[in-house]
Design a protein around this ligand. Sequence first.
Ligand code: HEM
Length: 432
Amino acid sequence: MSELPPGPRVPRLFQMSHWIFRPIPFMRSCAASYGNAFTIRFIATPPMVFISQPAAIRQVFTGDPANLQAGRANRVLKPIVGSNSILMLDGARHKRERKLLMPPFHGERMRLYSQMMCEIVDRSIVSWPIGASFPIHPHMQEITLDVILRAVFGVAEGEQRWRLRLTMVEALGLAGRNPLLLVAAWNRLVRIRREIDRLLYAEIARRRAAAQSDASDIMTLLVAARDEEGRPMSDEEIRDEMVTMLVAGHETTATSLAWTIHSLLRNPEALAAARAEVAHVIGEGQRLPAPSPEQIAALEYLDAVIKETARLNPVVPIVVRRLDKDTPIGDYNIKAGNIVAPCIYLTHRRPDLWPDPEVFNPDRFVGRRIDPYTFFPFGGGNRHCLGAAFATYEMKIVLARLLSRVSLRSDGGQTVRVVRGASPLLPTAAYP
Ligand code: HEM
């Protein structure tokens, strides 16, 4: 067994700039040249082995988490999310953190969020121009940011909320630039981080002071949470997790929504079918009450549209694990210290797994459970996205509300270009 699969032989600087500036053509051309597994090399990081075969991906997602370390592989995000972020942790600390963070994302809690999510969508819709063309992505960003601020941060209307919001938008804008610009903007990032910390610690202190609270936001739940030994989370831990959820959950959901609307507008049959399903399950008209979780669960076709969009345009193209010891993966025995990257984008477009892979066809998902190593827009194993149920619920509410309240159409003629977005969760985010 050899140690590393082959890969491009151009200098590391070129490989890195291809990954930053034209990630999709770069991944595709590597897959065309080298097949199931290839190694790419950047400056100042270990070699990264991209894989796209379900059997190899299974080995990664079901392997020993003590060996396949996501926290160590995610180090680049530390200046933004902080060292206590779940994204940075491995081993026992990661396990403890997941247990603490999990309950607020439990499916049952979604019931609490429906009304608030619908109000936020309705408020956004009334600001949209009628009869004129406009980009949809900024509106999706506005909606998903408001949802996070309300559901996760529990920030109510008012001045404080806006300050937090504006500061965070600024921080995200900075973080989303390419890594080279991030270095240049370091001083500003440090200043903004201090301002965010001040705001967040004040919010945490306010919650600690209120002995009992019936608030349902996630920050309040984390202040009240206790681990198995009865210990609470520290202020620093809560701060880091709040920033993590904002960074991991805002832009990803907004971009997925924009892609899904794009898919629907480009595919009139799918649009008609989704609209008919929403009318049938939830009803029609401007004054509908917020849908129940049962109604949301019954929107099977809409669910398939969201999945098919995530198959073709996953907003996170790879997940990463750093190996602590030499590990057989696929046809290789990969040495300790290297990074292995299950590639969502390439796996989702393999012709041996998906007939006519480039064709948008939601029916692939209708009434079918797909293997989690063939389709994994939320990653997998012990690191599977904590917000997956929340994000899916939110996307279905937003889309159902739009389909029942407005009639959108594509202004046509435009080609779609994938560009690097503002999500620093992983190296690339894509949006129309
Ligand atoms: C459509 C929207 C979203 C997508 C596509 C997405 C995707 C992902 C992916 C690919 C990972 C890495 C998984 C791995 O390494 O195997 C991840 C992790 C994570 N996501 Fe999401 N995510 C979304 C929304 C959210 C939301 C709304 C939240 C929270 C509010 C969230 C919180 C997290 C957290 C905390 C992790 C780290 C889990 C861990 O390391 O144990 N995500 N997400």
